[in-house]
Write a protein that binds this ligand. Structure first.
Ligand code: GLA
Length: 400
């Protein structure tokens, strides 16, 4: 991963040592543990990448289709047994501790939820001290929530000498986030963080779980990501409301997944129609994005990203004035093919599809709106945990 202006095109990045949990990020997470809680046992570490959706936002929780990549921005979690059996977590400049791994509405929740989820799946985890480090920004629409949970799960599995299949790892992460931490997310983040392959876009069917990798066709076309500085929280009330409205739209039409809607969103009552139109058209756009990648049609993918943003703004109502202004600024740059908000919205980040030569200018245009020069990245695609954590994540039948 490199900062914008200085690096490799999306789809061309190779795994970094950070992503395997063996590099600088692992050392820095271990040092953070010592700083927060004093010296202790040698830590187990693991890193998990973030995610950028190309097209297919706010459809995963109603069985929609998504085109997305894992990116080379990552979070690393270090864990070690706690000598006095208190659970402790350090991250985001805060420290919390408690006797039991229960939810308390603080930065410890997601990590402690993983310990509970692993326990439920038959992998007992002793009381732990844990810390988080890395360059994937929190609350920025890049799946830091799923990444920290999955990194913690792999670090705990390493410590406990456990082994799971990739599917079981996704289930553990969803149990932790949805059932225990109470965040009503879909499964796109977990699927891509586990299954992504570098140089490929993952085409996901969130109803059947089917997925396939589509090669990134353009050596000189890149993805620029810029954080808006407006923090979003996937655990927030607005995300829950979007999900409920999408489910109501499906129920009103008598379908269980959004790809079944087609153009029947027109039959919805006015209060549900915009949400229904978003999920119906966004899943079709994700299919079209995969076709654009297969045809090598960069202009078509850019147009679909623009349309996705417009649908998220107008129909799903998850954009903000700043995100709209960033998207508009990116599109002004010659060589920018399309731009959209990425992730759940309500703040977070923007992703732009650009010719590599235009990446610097596009990043500068985005930063001029956000006021955050340090928060733009030229992202490359990263491998998922199936590849980087093969010591604990095996195939069906490998479970020990
Ligand atoms: C968050 C959720 C995902 C998905 C996206 C929006 O990242 O965790 O499940 O719903 O928002 O596409």
């Amino acid at each position: 991963m490199s900062p914008s202006g200085d690096t490799s095109p999306a789809g061309d990045a190779s795994p970094t040592s950070d992503v395997t949990g063996d590099g600088d990020a692992a050392r820095s997470a271990s040092r953070a543990l010592d700083r927060a809680f004093g010296p202790g046992a040698v830590a187990s570490t693991a890193a998990a990448p973030g995610r950028v959706t190309l097209v297919g936002e706010h459809v995963d929780y109603v069985g929609g289709h998504v085109a997305c990549i894992a990116v080379d921005l990552a979070l690393t979690v270090a864990v070690r047994p706690s000598a006095d059996r208190w659970w402790r977590v350090a991250g985001l400049g805060q420290r919390v501790e408690r006797r039991e791994p229960v939810m308390a509405g603080d930065i410890g929740d997601r990590l402690l939820a993983v310990a509970q989820a692993l326990h439920r799946s038959g992998v007992p985890v002793p009381p732990l001290e844990m810390s988080v480090a890395g360059d994937l920004p929190a609350s920025s629409g890049l799946a830091s929530s799923a990444a920290v949970i999955l990194a913690a799960a792999v670090a705990m599995l390493r410590l406990a000498c456990g082994r799971v299949t990739a599917e079981e790892l996704v289930t553990v992460a969803l149990t932790a986030e949805r059932d225990i931490a109470g965040i009503p997310c879909g499964d796109l983040d977990q699927q891509v963080i586990v299954h992504a392959r570098p140089g490929e876009v993952l085409a996901l069917d969130c109803a059947s779980g089917a997925r396939r990798g589509v090669p990134w066709p353009w050596p000189t076309v890149a993805l620029v990501v810029a954080a808006s500085g407006e923090k979003h929280d996937v655990g927030g009330e607005e995300y829950r409301r979007r999900r409920e409205a999408a489910e109501q739209a499906c129920a009103a039409l008598g379908v269980s997944t959004c790809p079944e809607i087609g153009d029947r969103w027109r039959e919805l009552e006015p209060e549900l129609l915009p949400r229904g139109r978003h999920i119906a058209t966004e899943t079709l756009r994700a299919d079209a994005a995969v076709r654009a990648l297969e045809a090598g049609d960069v202009a078509a993918l850019g147009r679909l990203m623009d349309e996705s943003h417009e649908s998220l703004r107008r129909d799903c109502e998850v954009s903000t004035d700043r995100l709209d202004a960033m998207v508009a600024a990116a599109r002004q740059i010659p060589g920018c093919h399309g731009a959209r908000l990425v992730g759940a919205g309500f703040g977070g980040s923007v992703v732009a599809l650009v010719d590599q030569g235009a990446a610097k200018g596009c990043a500068a245009a985005l930063a001029a709106v956000s006021g955050r020069n340090e928060a733009t990245w030229l992202v490359g695609s990263a491998p998922g945990l199936e590849a980087t954590a093969a010591d604990v994540v095996g195939r069906e039948g490998d479970r020990s």
